[in-house]
Design a binder for this molecule. Structure first.
Ligand SMILES: NC(=O)c1ccc[n+]([C@@H]2O[C@H](COP(=O)([O-])OP(=O)(O)OC[C@H]3O[C@@H](n4cnc5c(N)ncnc54)[C@H](OP(=O)(O)O)[C@@H]3O)[C@@H](O)[C@H]2O)c1
Length: 237
């Protein structure tokens, strides 16, 4: 299995899905996990196999430092993300749209550009996107745009890194039960389901992982009738 004995780097490791990745990777046999966090005081890990790393993925110098410190990384989990819950036009200004693009798109790309050159053949990169990379929920339109941009970037990076023997996968969950979706109505899947599906995909070679019934139904709807599926979301909150 790809993640057994791996050295992983998880961004946004202090809470939510990132924290779950740290624990489940170690349970699955990872040798070491670098835990990237903006605030080292927010990390409460006692396990010696966990190496805390101060990291804001939008800060180029911190990303460069993290890549140098963690040059033995074989599995990069780009989990850190931001949802400002803003529509495209109703938002007071463009700040949310710019910040989401800065974190979700440019921050993720920063990480890949810094880590990929040292990554060995057989390594892997996971980009935590969202089913909202494939459709637009109007009340979160700028988040959707940033995740859609990241999906296109993931496809480009996958092609560029294939000759180096590095696998690149996109994870597209529906709503997850974390702080980010605190105000989103149920059903929400547990973070552990996202991690489990990601680890399974690393094993079986799936490129795009649709996690949970919501994501799988939307993905199937897009194949059947793209316009009807997008229209059904136009009136949702
Ligand atoms: N929750 C959902 O319903 C849902 C659905 C689909 C996809 N996702 C995706 O899943 C991933 C994990 O989200 P989550 O649900 O675990 O959300 P969360 O609980 O809000 O956690 C977000 C994590 O990202 C970190 N982060 C934000 N901006 C960062 C930056 N500039 N640099 C470094 N770290 C940063 C946060 O750090 P701080 O603690 O410092 O803020 C936090 O650790 C995200 O990419 C998200 O878009 C979530």
């Amino acid at each position: 299995m790809l993640f057994e004995n791996c050295v992983a780097f998880v961004t946004g490791a202090n809470r939510g899905v990132g924290k779950c990745f740290v624990h489940m990777l170690l349970e699955s046999g990872a040798k070491k996990v670098y835990a990237g966090t903006r605030n080292l005081d927010a990390l409460r890990y006692a396990d010696q196999r966990i190496v805390p790393v101060e990291l804001d993925i939008t800060d180029a110098s911190q990303v460069t430092r993290a890549a140098a410190l963690a040059s033995d990384t074989t599995l990069l989990i780009n989990n850190a993300g931001l949802n400002c819950n803003e529509a495209a036009l109703a938002a007071a200004d463009m700040n949310a749209a710019r910040t989401e693009m800065e974190v979700n798109y440019f921050g993720t790309l920063n990480m890949i550009r810094a880590f990929a050159p040292a990554m060995p053949a057989g390594g892997a990169i996971v980009n935590l996107l969202s089913i909202l990379a494939r459709v637009t929920l109007p009340s979160m339109a700028s988040l959707c745009a940033s995740k859609a941009a990241s999906l296109r970037m993931t496809e480009g990076v996958r092609a560029e890194l294939a000759p180096q023997g590095i696998k690149v996968i996109a994870v597209l969950p529906g709503a997850i039960d974390t702080d980010m979706s605190r105000d989103f109505p149920p059903p929400k899947i547990p973070a552990a389901e996202v991690v489990k599906a990601t680890l399974a995909a690393l094993d079986d070679g799936t490129h795009e992982v649709y996690v949970g019934a919501m994501a799988q139904q939307i993905a199937a709807g897009l194949v059947r009738d793209r316009n009807a599926t997008q229209s059904s979301l136009a009136s949702a909150n």
